[in-house]
Design a protein around this ligand. Structure first.
Ligand code: NAI
Length: 473
């Protein structure tokens, strides 16, 4: 097989279309484009093997080509079975980057793709692992840690993911163990770090670090201000409605929408639905977030209190079992149920499937479940993140902020590979401010400059950073 065929995608014939949309996206991603300009000559990731596991969209295509421009040797998979845009994958594959992703993978295919993305042919019939990982949700990090533990003879430790998926991962690892003895130790030896995109993946990293099991330095990209306070918030404020509309063409005005969770994602979702004219009920477990929602004028109540009146349910918690089978059975006829959090366990999909409700597929990623009493609900994207399963994820401009942080994190991990310890780091505030700065001109923002006297009065440098670490934005 030649290198140019080192990919698994839906249709290479979509490459031209993908390229045209990549060209449009570049114009909306000033942060990534200026990073390319700044670092192309010095190529700080020259020859570095980078594995990415992140929704294979057009915007991710611009990230991949940025990493390549600054020298990296990239292999990519999507981090969700439904989130790939096939024309984006095709354009990236056609340009010679190995990509393993298509829309509508099975879980078996998904984990095979993840393995393909972290298997760099060594030229002698074997494989090397990545030196750096770009993760979204932590699946590459999980696979390497699990593989390494099993190779060490450790017992399988149950994780939060659903049991069928655990079985799939176990089977894959058994196969690797048989076909590539010692592979995971080779991988871990060369692995210098991971930068993690999302709240849920970051949560997994801190858990690993606390258990003393984290094998490599990690950068928490999510908690850059220019990531979670933008992508999670303003991204979902646009892409949730996009997902609902493409899936159901539903009128949002006048409906009663229930948003579970009022963190960054929940805030974006609740405000978006209200802007369309929906009445929004928020559910929360944290009194601070609950109070925030109430102060914004939202009704804050329990899921139970909304049963029979809620038309649309959206989970945004990063938690499990937020919408139970019993909730769904108690919902108003024709209610729409979806999740925008990272994993599908926010909704009890497996229990729904085994409940005896009859399932009618309307179109890909839209299913109608009818209960014995005749009432029905619609489940979008099988409970997987609706904005990427039923639409195309966040727009380019906001992803430019997230992915600028990703690129700077990759450069930082490689530059400090001999210094960093297996801990979770956050990018310095100066870089966070820099990412924001790179996005001002495009939208016509004119900053005020501190005078020397003002800077002295505030106790900051004229060129920043402007806020103390504890400031919350
Ligand atoms: P967050 O931690 O800011 O917000 C989650 C909120 O849910 C918290 O306020 C928490 O108190 C609340 N919560 C937890 N359990 C609950 C329960 N049982 N009922 C009601 N509320 C509950 O997290 P963030 O950043 O908003 O992310 C949420 C999820 O969305 C994560 O899984 C994250 O990875 C994912 N995400 C998805 C994106 C997408 O494009 N689909 C974009 C960014 C993040």
């Amino acid at each position: 097989e030649t290198v140019s065929h080192d990919y698994k995608i839906a249709d290479i014939g979509l490459a031209d279309f993908g390229r045209k949309e990549l060209d449009i996206a570049e114009q909306e991603m000033p942060g990534l484009m200026s990073i390319r300009k700044k670092y192309a000559a010095s190529a700080p990731l020259k020859g570095v093997r980078v594995t990415g596991s992140l929704h294979m969209t057009i915007q991710t295509g611009v990230l991949i080509e940025t990493l390549k421009d600054i020298g990296a040797d990239v292999r990519w998979a999507s981090c969700n079975i439904f989130s790939t845009q096939d024309h984006a994958a095709a354009a990236i594959a056609a340009s010679g980057t190995p990509v393993f992703a298509w829309k509508g993978e099975t879980l078996e295919e998904y984990w095979d793709c993840t393995l393909d993305a972290l298997s760099f042919p060594d030229g002698k019939g074997g494989y090397l692992g990545p030196q750096l990982v770009v993760d979204d949700g932590g699946d590459v990090t999980l696979l390497i840690h699990k593989g390494y533990e099993l190779e060490n003879g450790d017992k399988w430790v149950e994780t939060a993911s659903e049991s069928h998926e655990e079985q799939v991962i176990k089977n894959l690892l058994k196969r690797v163990h048989a076909e590539r003895p010692g592979f995971w130790h080779t991988v871990v030896k060369d692995w210098k770090g991971v930068s993690e995109e999302t709240t849920t993946g970051v949560h997994r990293l801190y858990q690993l670090a606390e258990a003393g099991k984290l094998l490599i330095p990690a950068i928490n990209v999510n908690d850059s201000v220019t990531k979670s306070k933008f992508d999670n918030l303003y991204g979902c404020r646009e892409s949730l409605a996009d997902g609902l509309k493409r899936a159901m063409d539903v009128m949002l005005a006048g409906k009663l929408a229930v948003v579970c969770g009022y963190g960054d994602v929940g805030k974006g979702c609740a405000h978006s639905l209200r802007a369309y004219g929906a009445r929004v009920v928020v559910t929360e477990i944290d009194p601070i977030n609950a109070l925030q929602a109430a102060m914004e004028g939202f009704e804050v109540n329990t899921v139970e209190s909304t049963l029979g009146r809620g038309d649309i349910y959206v989970t945004t918690t990063g938690n499990k079992d937020v919408i139970t089978l019993e909730h769904m059975q108690g919902m108003k006829d024709q209610a729409i149920v979806c999740n925008i959090g990272h994993f599908d366990n926010e909704i009890q999909v497996e229990r729904l499937q085994k409940s005896g409700a009859t399932k009618l597929n309307i179109k890909p990623q839209v299913d109608k479940y009818t209960f014995k009493d005749g009432r029905a609900i619609f489940l979008l994207a099988e409970g997987r993140l609706v904005n990427l399963g039923c639409a195309t994820g966040h727009p380019s401009f906001v992803m430019s902020n997230s992915f600028s942080n990703q690129t700077l994190a990759q450069i930082d991990l490689w530059a400090h590979k001999d210094i960093y310890e297996p801990k979770v780091y956050i990018l310095p505030k100066k870089l966070d401010e820099e990412v924001a700065r790179l996005h001002l001109e495009k939208i016509g923002v004119k900053l005020t400059t501190l005078t020397a006297a003002q800077a002295k009065y505030l106790g900051v440098a004229v060129e920043g950073p402007y806020k103390p670490e504890h400031y919350r934005y």
